[in-house]
Write a protein that binds this ligand. Structure first.
Ligand SMILES: C[S@@+](CC[C@H](N)C(=O)[O-])C[C@H]1O[C@@H](n2cnc3c(N)ncnc32)[C@H](O)[C@@H]1O
Length: 228
């Protein structure tokens, strides 16, 4: 879908209307269109379509994304001069952090049309270039990406299964693969080693707590116990 199609214009208008540009709690270097009131926006999205509409993930900086964006911002050498893929980009937080840290190119992939609009608006607001793409690439590969980043993607079993397969293919093809995760149920920890951990401020209305302990993990391409 083209950037200026009527549908993407409508999505951009929706993002502007229901979220306001504000610094991210744990990565204040980045400003995003964020919703103040999670529940209200959720109901509105549901009410408008009366269907299995995805919740407005794009309107919040999830703990996993905040931790990963913090790590990328503090360790720019990870992405500097490299081609980066931010998978399940949501607001675009991690993609924007990578672009700010000097990535040669950043591709942000999402399955939610409004997230794609939010990524484009948020990249523009932060003065960086991010290529936002509406696609489900989990059964495919990471293309020419040298670094693959995924913030907060292990929250459902079905998603986690497909995600892990995709990320393992990318790691085995030579990419560095990092995820940010606040202890979601379906993260296969034995596949990863820890790079950093942070206490990340989150929306109490979304997470029932004010702070989530969040780990930045790097995926090991080989199964645990296998010889390298
Ligand atoms: C919890 S949000 C995390 C967003 C962002 N990475 C962050 O940390 O703030 C998960 C995101 O995954 C996206 N998503 C779900 N399935 C996907 C898929 N197959 N491919 C790409 N994105 C997907 C959702 O639309 C949602 O925006």
């Amino acid at each position: 879908m083209g950037h200026n199609s009527p549908v993407s214009e409508l999505s951009a208008a929706f993002v502007r209307l229901h979220a306001r540009l504000a610094p991210v709690a744990f990565v204040p270097e980045v400003r995003l269109h964020q919703a103040d009131e999670p529940i209200g926006l959720w109901e509105l999205t549901e009410g408008e379509f009366r269907s299995a509409q995805p919740p407005p993930f794009w309107a919040f900086a999830w703990a996993g994304g905040q931790g990963l964006a913090r790590y990328v911002t503090d360790h720019p050498e990870l992405v500097d001069g490299r081609r980066v893929l931010d998978l399940a980009s949501g607001s675009g937080l991690v993609a924007i952090a990578a672009a700010r840290a000097g990535a040669a190119a950043v591709r942000a992939v999402e399955v939610d049309e409004r997230a794609v609009a939010a990524v484009a608006l948020n990249a523009e607001a932060n003065g960086v270039r991010v290529d936002a793409e509406l696609a489900d690439i989990l059964d495919s590969d990471a293309g020419d990406a040298e670094v693959v980043l995924a913030g907060d993607v292990f929250y459902s079993e079905a998603m986690a299964r497909r995600m892990l397969r995709f990320l393992l293919r990318a790691a085995r093809a030579g990419a560095r693969v990092l995820v940010g995760d606040p202890g979601r149920a379906f993260l296969p920890r034995e596949r990863f080693h820890e790079l950093a951990a942070y206490d990340v401020p989150v929306s109490e209305a979304l997470e029932s707590v004010r702070v989530k302990h969040t780990t930045v993990w790097e995926l090991d391409p080989n199964p645990p116990g296998a010889r390298r």
